[in-house]
Ligand binder design. Sequence first.
Ligand code: ADP
Length: 515
Amino acid sequence: MRFLSRRGAVFSAGTAAADSPARRFPLLRYFVATSVLVIGVVTALTGALFVRLADANFTDRTQSRSVAEAAHFAALFYYSVWLSSPSEGSEGSLHSVSPSSLETFAERTAFGLSIVQINFLDLDGTIVFSTDPGLIGTIPARETPPAVAHTGVPLASVERQQIVRDLAGALRSMDIVNTYVPLTDAPPDAPQEGSPYGILQMLQDVTLELALARSESLRVAVVGSATMAMVLFTLLFLLILRADRIIDGNHRRLVKQQEDLEVAQAQNIQSAKLAAIGQLVSGVAHELNNPLMAIGGLTELLADKASSRADSEDLRRIHMESQRAVRIVRNLLAFSHASRQEKTYVSINETVEAALDLRLYELSVKNIEAVVEMQPNLPWTLADAQEIQQLILNLCMNAEQALMESSGRAKKIWVKTEQAGEMIQITVRDNGPGIPDEVVGRVFDPFFTTKDVGSGTGLGLSICFGIVQNHGGTIRAENVRPTGARFVVELPIVSPASPEEGRPADESSVRSSPA
Ligand code: ADP
């Protein structure tokens, strides 16, 4: 035999919608939000850093290349122009070279290599010849050309967004590399032996190259850092997801434990109250039972023998009232658990069905529709079938009475059985007026009733409570929206050890009786 039970009976107050568990920190949501933010910031910062590095790298590379190219041009100039100029062999000056020679040299050499301008400067920095005729005679930079001539070391610098007149004569804004190389009267393989007589300035357009270098490194930075961030994010996400599940499980367990604790506390109070009242009630009920039976029997006999009709009617009224008193006493005895329990393996569906059969006619007379929904193959439990029937009858009759007080909407009672975890759940719900909020926590108290004197004893639900408690289950009452009350009974699943011990499993049934 297997006992899967949660002991004790429960009563809960308030509406079902009010029973929401305590809120938990949404770890996963915060993780995703902060991760997206961090990934965005890291990717942007990495991109910016890579662009700076690309710029620096590009500048170094381009400057050295341009210096080499300009030095090559200087060598070409030495052999093709300087040696054949009239100043050859003497202390020369750029002014001794004919402008047409300079122009021819510039025109012949300034092809390819993105050259947009070639200038020849004298040692003072004055432009003697330029592919931009407007610059001839001007002094573009006062410091650099004399310094280059003095040290004999070529100089190149990358300059952004300069407005330059290109070889076609058009003014354009572009990124350039500006290179100065000294012109000396010694052969290019031994320049230190000669003396400088001018400076060759070369401007090259590197706008496209720079943009390409930047975009390439930006692409590498973004793809690289985003990929790394995504891999890291996925790993962390899986980790956090697992942690979140564990936290969630623990949180649910804690909430459940807290609820169970509250339920157990409430149950202890209720049980103590019931035990004290039950003891008192049981003694009184036993004492009252015999005299009431005697009064009932004798008044019935006397009524038959009464000499006048009036006496006979009075005696019959005494008989009826004593019968009512006997019924109340029986209820009291049931409440105080004085009755003997006979537990067997029962099918809750069959037991509920048997109880409903007793009420279906009455319900249809009262124009109440009963919707019955039973889970097929519901597990068995060990129970006193009579008591379970009484439990269902009490709940149904209360629902009926509540519905009779309401008007307007179609009257309905829902009875449902299902397995809920390790328990069998029986729900009886109606769409009556519901339980007044201020009394919902007291409905299981013995003798608590909101009905008029004579129509309610206030014992129905206390009896239900006692029955459920005797079966190791729980019962709770709650209001439902938009209107109505719901009673939820949970009984432990108790399966027989062998098939012979139990009875065949019941059939599935969902039925609805017409109102
Ligand atoms: P009685 O029916 O004799 O009043 P019960 O113990 O059965 O005693 O019920 C106690 C009280 O619980 C009722 O007086 C009523 O106020 C409330 N109650 C029980 N069932 C319902 C229901 N289905 N709808 C509204 N109120 C209910």
